[in-house]
Design a protein around this ligand. Structure first.
Ligand code: ATP
Ligand code: MG
Length: 364
């Protein structure tokens, strides 16, 4: 193990980070996407610093295959753009760069500073960048050239101990960004790391901070949950910490009022996770089927509802509108909601007319 030092105000050396070498972290270079290695090598050739950061390093240490590789560098977005022709700067406020390799995208961000707490956009140093990452398990940097893991915050030990520990002080972390509460619960459910009691308590008492978060950001988080393959565990965790009522208020109210609905809803999430494991590329409409099915089943007495085609169109419209309200603030694409509602009604025995395929106008 190597130690990185910096000097304090009196010039005395103080430990800054621990560096885990190849035999200590056990990450094999073979598990790194060659295109990510290429991006890092090109940045280094251009005299910039560059590392793999965040979720990918966490997953590699846990022994899982990362779903993507985020890269961080001291190059500014415009410099990165100049180095990679296949790239685009995205974001108006928080500018970062997407580098494209066919269908694959690498997100390359520039070290951010702590001048405005943990959410500002000013560029900074690696020492500052690490202090604004949410949890220690997400705050590790991997240098694939030297094959080093650089750990400023005890993240490797926390992963090995199995705990989710905040890097940002508890009195600021959720005030500065309430979505971090959802992230904590997500990592608690997906990494096998536990949320300590004190953190859970803080999340419960800070839950109302989610109220003013925009519907688009909540939708983004909900989609990640639906797509995670761990929706049952994550939703159970958000229910336990009072967060789910901000993600899905109608479903939460129904669960509070009706234990049977709660059981059915959670069971459907288990089915969703099993279906997603068998078919990871499943479309959103198929996933929404599991989220909406128990609500639609509860809407009416399906044994008596006339399931004949003449009223089915009206029934479809009513059900669609109810479903749209039920999953607010999430606002999925219309085609996907249409698809899910149709699939649910068909599963309940409603005879819906087949949709006419759209006529394609011949080009002259
Ligand atoms: P996932 O496997 O869900 O993608 P991830 O850790 O890679 O997990 P991302 O949302 O891709 O999560 O973010 C990449 C990294 O950026 C995180 O690991 C973390 O270090 C940092 N990060 C992302 N969102 C936040 C946030 N809201 N607050 C602080 N740090 C964040
Ligand atoms: Mg990621």
């Amino acid at each position: 193990m190597l130690i990185r030092y910096s000097a304090d105000s009196k010039g005395k050396p103080v430990q800054k980070a621990v560096i885990y070498t190849k035999t200590e972290h056990n990450i094999s270079l073979k598990s790194i996407d060659p295109d990510a290695l290429y991006v890092i090598s090109r940045l280094r050739e251009n005299c910039f610093d560059a590392y793999i950061v965040g979720g990918a390093v966490r997953d590699l240490i846990i022994g899982r295959t990362p779903k993507d590789f985020d890269i961080v560098t001291d190059a500014t977005p415009s410099r990165i753009k100049k180095i990679f022709r296949n790239s685009r700067i995205i974001g108006k406020r928080f500018r970062l760069v997407h580098i494209f390799f066919g269908q694959k995208i690498f997100e390359v961000s520039t070290f951010r500073s702590t001048v405005d707490g943990s959410v500002g956009n000013a560029f900074g140093t690696m020492d500052e960048d690490v202090m604004r990452r949410d949890f220690s398990l997400n705050a590790l940097y991997y240098d694939p050239i030297k094959e080093h893991v650089i750990d400023y915050v005890g993240g490797v030990k926390d992963i090995r101990k199995g705990i989710v520990r905040p890097v940002i002080p508890l009195n600021r972390i959720f005030i500065e960004d309430p979505v971090r509460m959802l992230r904590a619960v997500k990592y608690g459910a997906t990494t096998g790391c536990k949320i300590p009691h004190s953190l859970k308590k803080k999340i419960r008492s800070s839950a109302p901070l989610l109220a003013p978060v925009s519907p688009s950001r909540l939708t983004e988080e909900l989609l990640k949950i639906i797509n995670s393959g761990h929706s049952y565990d994550i939703v159970s965790g958000t229910l336990d910490t009072n967060l789910f009522e901000y993600l899905q208020p109608s479903a939460t109210n129904m669960m509070i009022e009706d234990r049977k609905f709660e059981k059915a809803y959670l069971h459907s999430l288990k089915e969703l996770d099993a279906a997603a494991a068998a078919n990871p590329g499943m479309r959103l409409g198929d996933r929404l089927f599991y989220i909406l099915r128990d609500f639609v089943t509860n809407l009416t007495d399906w044994s008596r509802e006339e399931k004949i085609t003449s009223i089915a169109a009206e029934l479809y419209k009513r059900t669609w509108a109810s479903c749209r309200n039920f999953i607010l603030p999430m606002n999925p694409q219309r085609t996907e909601l249409d698809y899910a509602v149709r699939k649910i009604l068909l599963s309940l025995g409603v005879q819906l007319k087949q949709r006419k395929p759209r006529k394609v106008q011949p080009k002259n």
